[in-house]
Design a binder for this molecule. Sequence first.
Ligand SMILES: Cc1cc2nc3c(=O)[nH]c(=O)nc-3n(C[C@H](O)[C@H](O)[C@H](O)COP(=O)(O)OP(=O)(O)OC[C@H]3O[C@@H](n4cnc5c(N)ncnc54)[C@H](O)[C@@H]3O)c2cc1C
Length: 461
Amino acid sequence: MNAPFSREKKQDHTRKSKPTLIICGAGIAGVSAAYFLSQEWRGEIYLVDGNSPLSFTSDRSSECYRNWWSDPAMLALMNRSIDWMEELAKQTANAFHLNRRGYLYVTARPESIDQMIGEAETIAEQGGGELRIHEPTGKSYQPTDPNLDGADVLIGSQLIRRHFPYLTAEAVAALHVRRAGWLSAQQFGMVLLQKAQQNGVCFRRTRVLGAEVASGKVRKVRLSDGSDLHCDVFINAAGPYLAEVGKFLGVDLPVLNDLHLKISLRDPLGVVGREAPLLIWNDPQEIEWSEEEKEFLMSAPENQALLSALPPGAHVRPEGGRASQMVLMLWDYQARPFVSVVWPPPLDELFAEVVLRGLTPMLPGLRAYQERMPRPQLDGGYYTHTVENRPLIGPLPIEGTYVIGALSGFGIMAACAAAELLAAYILEKPLPFYAADFALERYQDPAYLPRILSQAGFGQL
Ligand SMILES: Cc1cc2nc3c(=O)[nH]c(=O)nc-3n(C[C@H](O)[C@H](O)[C@H](O)COP(=O)(O)OP(=O)(O)OC[C@H]3O[C@@H](n4cnc5c(N)ncnc54)[C@H](O)[C@@H]3O)c2cc1C
């Protein structure tokens, strides 16, 4: 026995003729796994979580999706996942408000244009879709066509501001990724959960405390309500607790947890267009602080980095319908690694101010809020990720055990294809070509990590 497993038990569900499958964790990964497995699993499925479904990391995301990835395996996974999201949107009269506004990456650096186009060409060729380049006088760009795939590059401030008048006049190029947008993650998860429950999945609100492994096979799990549950298949979908739950099985999972924050803010001046795509400032920058602010930042060692060059990637999108004034803002200008998970996560009161400043070069109208910022709502959650930022999906070394996790900053958008892949392993169906790229086994090849880390573009946004 490899894991803490009590012999004192209130109740032991004895071996049943029908096989029992337990999913530990009812975030988007576990819920999606329950949905895909429930369609064909000939036995019982328990979705077990100490919290309400979809109330943990999956409740904290900015709910965006894109098929635009420089890693071909991730690109294929996301294309597949978006196929599923579109199919589910069709089936449910778009109950989860999936839109296709795209991601708009904006630069004010003329020297970045060639790089922007070069990277886009590579992604387009790897399956991202057609790339269309629009010169300053071009007339063929369609900003809102939901049927367009691939991406458009807009050259020149005039063309960019004709379509996105709220962007800075300094912008020299913008890349509009089309198979991208956002959705209501909560409603999306509920659609999957309800379908899974209609297929017979049983949700149990209790924590998994340990697992019994005998003769190399998982046998049962111990629950915090005092009962034991017989188990033929065990799926670790524990989000930020992936490594902890892995230890119940005696399996080390190579994952890290980084805290990521976001703010939602009222935008009464309408600085961000209500029909805008996700707007991303693609340039590194140094924030212009006043002398007084500089002095304040210098006084605390953890804030001094804010006086130096900060990375690209500040982003914002409108939230809610036309009548709403809310916008969501994020920027990972600083790494926040955590050894153990603290919930609710600690927040950084400077975050809102820094993100607002970081977005101002792209959206000069935000300067109006620097004197008096509408009261921001700050929250956050953990990106649970592997070192190369590919997820973990597939079997674990103990017979009958599997993992679906390390979904980093892409768990909502990847959930369907990740769960479909997991179900294919368990139901012994053919695996897609990218299966090996996400299996834990990949780390057994000593050349794998050096090879993958030497390639550019394992981004998180
Ligand atoms: C600020 C932020 C922005 C993001 N933006 C995006 C985005 O735009 N698009 C996108 O696709 N993704 C985004 N993400 C990432 C996405 O939210 C996550 O990848 C995803 O929610 C992870 O889902 P999960 O099911 O693996 O984990 P979780 O949602 O954390 O679920 C794990 C569940 O496991 C349960 N659990 C843990 N241990 C046990 C146990 N022992 N017993 C029983 N239950 C247990 C927990 O209670 C929890 O409910 C963002 C994340 C953050 C933090």
